[in-house]
Design a protein around this ligand. Structure first.
Ligand code: AVJ
Length: 329
């Protein structure tokens, strides 16, 4: 008998079980199978992602962290903030807030007047972040919001307070260019003139650097991908046999998009109880688990041309692996 997760746990993971079922069914029923990477982040997935951020091969977090450590003042200047004017600092997909803390420390020290509003799909990540920030900066007003970016967007224009949106960590990289353009244009539509967005993107670079970041020697990224199959097993009563799926990332510098696949190493059938359906895999069949888009100025400008944003400033780390762009509405 396959055990399904109890209601309490499902609520803790903030996943609407109906959407979860529908999206998993859709992804596995397509000719080219895929699963949505946003479902990586249950409790175990959050913990694995924290490990990823500390991997020697995963340069992404370190490169952006370097920017925040060494160039916070440049960023603050480019954001054209004024210590007399209150603003909302809204972070989309806050995670563990490692980089944001550098900026928060500076803003706090310089006595800027703001509320920090981190938004994340993971309540677990938000709870950890809030605890951590309360400890280090007890005077910092923090108002966490759990939800998907899109749901939160509309609540942005409920008030006309000046806003700075943080969209860091190359989280935009999980979106196709069309989705990214649509998303950025929705954000800009919900902002007032002169509001800012600080966007962090991983830059296009050779495969010799990018590929190992998604194929680490300790197998943490493989476990991160496989965890979604395990999650489907537990929450939807499926019988994925994890030993017959192999993690295989692909990246060509000419496309600038890292793709993570799980490959079925034999012909097999997987039954999902709560979907009441079985799914056939042929030997070598791939499930696209995640895309991680890498950027350059041309690609970013192409995306922004469909929005009300203009680029005000761009800062990079010393190796030019990563860029933070200050955008203005
Ligand atoms: C959090 C989306 C930026 O794509 O690099 C890390 C997620 N996936 N390793 C990325 C991730 C595998 C990460 N982002």
């Amino acid at each position: 008998m396959i055990e399904t997760k109890n209601i309490e746990n499902i609520e803790n993971d903030n996943t609407n079980i109906d959407y979860f079922k529908i999206e998993i069914d859709e992804g596995l029923s397509a000719i080219e199978k895929s699963l949505p990477s946003k479902y990586f982040y249950d409790k175990k997935g959050d913990a694995l992602f924290v490990k990823i951020m500390h991997l020697p091969e995963y340069y992404v977090t370190r490169a952006e962290h370097e920017i925040f450590k060494t160039k916070s003042q440049t960023i603050i200047d480019a954001l054209q903030l004024n210590t007399d004017i209150y603003f909302e600092l809204i972070e989309l997909g806050a995670g563990d807030g490692l980089k944001t803390k550098e900026l928060l420390r500076e803003l706090n020290r310089l006595k800027y007047n703001f509320d920090y509003i981190p938004i994340d799909i993971s309540q677990n990540a938000l709870d950890n972040l809030e605890k951590d920030l309360n400890k280090e900066m007890p005077s910092l007003p923090i108002k966490t919001k759990q939800g998907e970016y899109f749901e939160i967007l509309e609540s942005l224009n409920n008030n006309h307070k000046p806003k700075v949106i943080l969209f860091l960590g190359s989280n935009i990289g999980n979106m196709s260019d069309d989705v990214a353009a649509n998303f950025m244009s929705k954000i800009s539509d919900n902002l007032q003139k002169k509001d800012k967005l600080l966007l962090g993107v991983d830059l296009i670079k050779p495969a010799s650097i990018v590929l190992p970041a998604y194929n680490d020697s300790q197998g943490i990224t493989a476990a991160f991908n496989l965890n979604l199959l395990e999650r489907i097993n537990i929450e939807l009563g499926a019988n994925f046999d994890l030993q017959y799926f192999e993690h295989r990332p692909e990246y060509k510098e000419s496309d600038g998009i890292a793709k993570s696949f799980l490959v079925s190493t034999k012909a097999q059938k997987v039954y999902i109880t709560l979907i009441n359906k079985s799914f056939d895999f042929y030997e070598g069949e791939k499930i696209l688990m995640e895309i991680s888009r890498k950027y350059n100025d041309t690609i970013l400008n192409m995306i922004l041309s469909k929005t009300n944003f203009v680029v005000k400033n761009r800062v990079t780390d010393s190796k030019a692996y990563f860029a933070n762009y200050v955008l203005e509405r």
